[in-house]
Design a protein. Structure first.
Length: 531
């Protein structure tokens, strides 16, 4: 599944925004200042797919989305006055689309945001609710699996990182374990505790007593089966009554709990044997969580250079974030998936940030050029962008009447981090700290004056000494530099702006070219005379 083009109009600050995507690249990275609309674009795309999947128009904005899936071209649009679906340029009726949805609609829209804002996550709530209603009272496991296939929108939450790691350790193939060891120094699974709690839909019924906790409160189907599998492989499961209070705002709710201890690798392997693959095991754990039955899940691993065992919660935020996103990408292999990742690199160290897209390519199975999935990433991080071609990047800017998603003028891969920060992608005037930049501005403003007073000469001398002490000298091995800086200060003056627009960057570059040509022209005759 690959997006070709997205048009959005009148969704929050997005006006007439049209974004095209490279046909050959797995990932497209969206760059833009805060408030430019990157997150809004992700939310608008999600709203469109949510509405089309439910078959009822919920959007209050105009849209058109073109994508390719298998050999078909699909267009979702409401620009003609009503929501319409075109496949290979032919308009489909709703019944025809429903009969062929698995062929024409993405298998999964995957959302993730590293921040605390719940707005993006809430767009997935209706699909979560529909899935919960389908499985909580369902006895037939096959019906539950069909409900899972129809879920289609999935939002990644912190608990999914624990499920993903447990699943990877259970199906410990060589590639997965090599990754865990190389990147995180994790050797193997040690043990786990799953604390199951009485679900809200069982409270007050026959299943609400402690005696019935061992029978998983009478729950059947996919959820009950998974919970019983956990119980059956655990060492002496314990029941207890406790109040679930996460913070001061909650009322105490007394619930029955069942603590299940998986004491070694054998117990985990016995649990995994109940499922045909890692995707099925993850889905079962997720179903138990969606039904509100997982109070806590603690996982311990053995780790190189660590004394004793390490809990999953003891991993750094960056380690948990990396595991969560990459393993879920691995589990989603083979599906037509659109990944919408909002700042997924927030807690990663620079090395992981730099190799993030390569890791994604490997873990989605697209290194050989498969087209099952596409990744859109919103970031503020120049390290993530530093290894990309311009076709893989879109710069989003908005004004009162129009929003633009433009390809950068140059390939980021050839600019370097310093150049990226001062390019149109990020628009910084300088990467120096503002106090030092202020001193430089004052220094070159004085340097550019032809007739300085005695006081100004003293100020210039003082600034030169301070800049030299800070390691910022105006001397430069290029013989034209000092003359250039002086002429630039005289012609351009100084600016207090930290951020520059693309127009300002282009104007500054044009002025610099003109000044440098003039300096070279003036120096050339003098050099000839000396010769």
């Amino acid at each position: 599944m690959r997006l070709d083009r997205v048009f959005i109009d009148r969704f929050r600050n997005l006006r007439n925004l049209e974004v095209s995507f490279s046909a050959r690249d797995l990932a497209t990275v969206l760059i833009g200042r805060n408030g430019s609309g990157k997150s809004n674009l992700f939310e608008a795309i999600t709203e469109v797919f949510r509405s089309v999947d439910f078959g009822r128009e919920q959007t209050q904005f105009s849209y058109e989305i073109d994508y390719r899936i298998d050999q078909h071209s699909v267009r979702l649009t409401n620009l003609r006055g009503e929501p319409s679906i075109f496949v290979d340029e032919r308009k489909l009726s709703r019944p025809e689309f429903e009969r062929n949805k698995s062929k024409f609609f993405p298998g999964l829209i995957f959302g993730y945001y590293s921040g605390a804002n719940m707005r993006f996550e809430r767009l997935f709530d209706s699909h979560q609710r529909r899935y919960l209603d389908s499985i909580k009272g369902e006895f037939d496991v096959q019906n539950c699996r069909r409900a899972l296939e129809e879920r289609r929108l999935f939002y990644c939450r912190p608990i999914h990182g624990a499920f993903a790691l447990l699943t990877m350790l259970a199906y410990a193939d060589a590639e997965a374990m090599q990754f865990l060891y190389n990147e995180l120094r994790i050797r193997e699974f040690h043990s786990a505790i799953a604390i199951l709690k009485e679900p809200s839909f069982a409270i007050g019924s026959r299943a609400s007593r402690v005696a019935d906790a061992r029978d998983i409160w009478g729950i059947q189907g996919l959820v009950g089966s998974c919970a019983r599998n956990v119980r059956d492989v655990s060492f002496y499961p314990l029941t207890f009554v406790n109040s679930d209070v996460d913070d001061y705002r909650e009322d105490k709710k007394s619930r029955v709990h069942l603590a299940c201890f998986l004491r070694n690798k054998t117990a985990l392997a016995d649990f995994a044997q109940q499922y045909s693959n890692e995707k099925e095991m993850f889905a079962a754990l997720d179903a138990v969580d969606i039904c509100g039955m997982i109070r806590d899940l603690y996982i311990w691993v053995t780790r190189e250079s660590e004394v004793g065992e390490l809990s999953f919660s003891d991993l750094s935020e960056g380690e948990q974030q990396l595991l969560m996103v990459l393993i879920l990408m691995r589990i989603s292999r083979g599906q037509h998936t659109l990944f919408l990742l909002d700042e997924p690199d927030t807690h990663l160290n620079p090395m992981w940030q730099y190799t993030y897209l390569d890791l994604m390519k490997r873990w989605t199975g697209t290194a050989a050029g498969a087209e099952e999935c596409q990744i859109l990433i919103a970031t503020h991080n120049p390290v993530v962008v530093g290894g990309l071609r311009k076709e893989q990047v879109r710069i989003i800017n908005v004004n009162a009447n129009h929003a633009v998603a433009a390809e950068p003028e140059y390939d980021p891969i050839g600019i370097g981090i310093e150049g990226l920060l001062k390019s149109e992608l990020f628009g910084l005037r300088s990467s120096l700290a503002q106090p030092i930049l202020d001193k430089l501005d004052q220094h070159y403003a004085l340097l550019g004056k032809k007739d300085r007073s005695a006081t100004e000469n003293e100020q210039l001398k003082t600034l030169s000494i301070e800049l030299n002490e800070l390691g910022v000298s105006r001397t430069h091995p290029n013989p034209y530099f000092e003359a250039f800086a002086t002429a630039l200060a005289r012609s351009h003056g100084s600016t207090k702006s930290v951020l520059l627009s693309k127009e300002e960057i282009d104007a500054q570059a044009l002025l610099a070219d003109q000044i440098l040509k003039q300096i070279i022209a003036e120096e050339a005759p003098a050099a000839g005379e000396r010769g």
